[in-house]
Design a protein around this ligand. Structure first.
Ligand SMILES: [Fe+2]
Ligand SMILES: [Fe+2]
Length: 140
């Protein structure tokens, strides 16, 4: 499956009902798109590595925020969700950054893999907690 970064935009199904979460998700999608646009241009490796560092940090911040929120909501699948986050962080850590920067094709493959992990998590795993979140927002 090829992840289409151009299509990795925002859609109504991704609306969590909470602005903070939506802003964080949108920011991560933006970083992914920015990285994908800067893998081919020579001389852009500095920008690419800057974006990659920012993506790593933003993912960590977002996962912490989301897990704290889900704990507060008493979300019944919190543990599974934490494991899914852990798996993504492990996949990120497993990627050899040297390989990413030393091969012409590697950045594209790497971004494609990132796109797949993230798209799948956002559209299939995060959306599962949106209903719990919205029920709690409505109940105040
Ligand atoms: Fe998540
Ligand atoms: Fe998320």
């Amino acid at each position: 499956m090829k992840c289409e970064l151009k299509e990795l935009g925002w859609s109504e199904e991704l609306d969590s009902g909470l602005k903070d979460i939506d802003r964080q998700h949108q920011y991560l999608l933006k970083l992914l798109r920015d990285m994908s646009e800067n893998t081919e241009i020579p001389g852009n490796s500095e920008l690419f590595s800057h974006l990659l560092v920012e993506f790593n940090e933003a993912v960590l911040r977002h996962f912490d925020f989301e897990e704290a929120l889900l704990a507060k909501l008493g979300y019944q699948y919190l543990e599974e969700h934490q494991q899914q986050h852990e798996k993504i962080l492990q996949q990120l850590a497993d990627v050899s950054m040297t390989a990413v920067f030393n091969s012409k094709e590697a950045p594209k493959e790497f971004i494609n893999a990132l796109c797949e992990w993230f798209e799948q998590h956002l559209s299939e795993e995060d959306t599962l907690y949106f209903q719990t979140l919205n029920t709690s927002i409505i109940q105040g």
